[in-house]
Design a protein around this ligand. Structure first.
Ligand code: AHG
Ligand code: MN
Ligand code: MN
Length: 297
């Protein structure tokens, strides 16, 4: 398991640390498995999307690792209809491979994690920690909890030992926004969002790569706004609340940014089911305020 700095035994954060140890430990194995798993499986996930072999493998690996963590009581995944029981403790909601459509084009992807107190579905206010790995040129992991947000580099030695190295222990959103990334097709955007997008396009630089973790990490690094908006033919957007929108909203809000479903914080959204979709807007507070005003007109 990765070596880490947290020696406190029994403290709530020791379970969170063990969760992110497990996520870090699986990241190199997931990365290694991708070359042979770029094909589509015959399966569909609970959201009705075709599952890639890479999605299945990541889910198997993470499901096994996370249900084995002492203090994790349930595992919820994009690839599974229901929660997997693991005894008593936190519910961990995971998008095992976010942006898996980038597998064929060899672009960024990663794993999204939300650690919730109590059972799911739940609002984002039940999160005690959240984060994501990013399988880019290097493997990084962003971890947010009550103490703040940090960026770690995940490396694996020839011995197989995985190490988490904190490279920034106080990630905050840059004051000056620089980039934007908006999902969906322009013809499917609402008129109000299209008008907002036109303004933002005149101010910021486009950074959209088709994987939420990659695109959000652009905003985390350079400041700006990421959105997968409500669409005319999909008013709830595309992203799932439990294991995509909530964890990302928690990270960005912990960094001093803002999140919205178009009317208010993502963390306030009260879901009916584990796979509920929600429009997601995250980034610098001024840009999210403008977004909510634009959608309210
Ligand atoms: P996933 O691969 O877990 O299904 O997530 C894909 C999501 C998200 O990563 C990204 O923001 C969005 O799909 C991209 O959607 P488009 O292909 O419609 O741009
Ligand atoms: Mn995803
Ligand atoms: Mn996924």
């Amino acid at each position: 398991m990765p070596d880490d700095t947290n020696e406190a035994a029994g403290e709530p954060d020791s379970v969170v640390d063990a969760v992110f140890d497990a996520v870090a430990a699986t990241a190199p194995a997931i990365r290694d498995a991708l070359p042979g798993r770029r094909v589509e499986s015959d399966d569909e996930n609970p959201s009705g999307e075709t599952v890639l072999a890479g999605d299945m493998y990541a889910d198997e690996l993470l499901g096994e690792a996370l249900t084995a963590v002492d203090g994790v009581g349930a595992y919820v995944s994009e690839e599974r209809p229901d929660a997997t029981d693991a005894g008593e403790g936190y519910s961990v909601a995971v998008d095992p491979l976010d942006g898996s459509s980038n597998l064929r084009s060899n672009n960024a992807m990663g794993t999204v994690v939300g650690v919730y107190e109590g059972s799911l579905p739940a609002t984002g206010h039940d999160l005690v920690a959240a984060g994501y790995t990013l399988l880019g040129p290097i493997t990084t992991m962003v971890v947010a909890d009550e103490s703040g947000v940090r960026e770690e580099v995940v490396t694996r030695a020839a011995s197989g030992d995985v190490t988490r190295t904190v490279v920034d222990d106080d990630l905050t959103l840059p004051d000056e926004p620089t980039v934007y990334g908006f999902g969906g097709r322009v013809p499917d955007w609402t008129d109000a969002f299209r008008e907002y997008a036109r303004e933002v396009e005149d101010e910021l630089k486009l950074r959209y790569g088709g994987s939420m973790v990659g695109d959000v990490n652009q905003v985390v690094t350079y400041g700006g706004v990421f959105a997968y908006p409500a669409l005319t033919d999909a008013p709830d957007g595309k992203l799932r609340l439990s294991f995509e929108a909530n964890p990302i909203a928690y990270v960005i809000e912990r960094m001093g940014g803002a999140s919205s479903d178009g009317t208010g914080s993502i963390l306030d959204v009260d879901p009916d089911g584990l796979h509920d979709r929600v429009p997601l807007y995250v980034g610098n507070e001024t840009l999210i305020d403008r977004l909510e005003t634009a959608l309210d007109e």
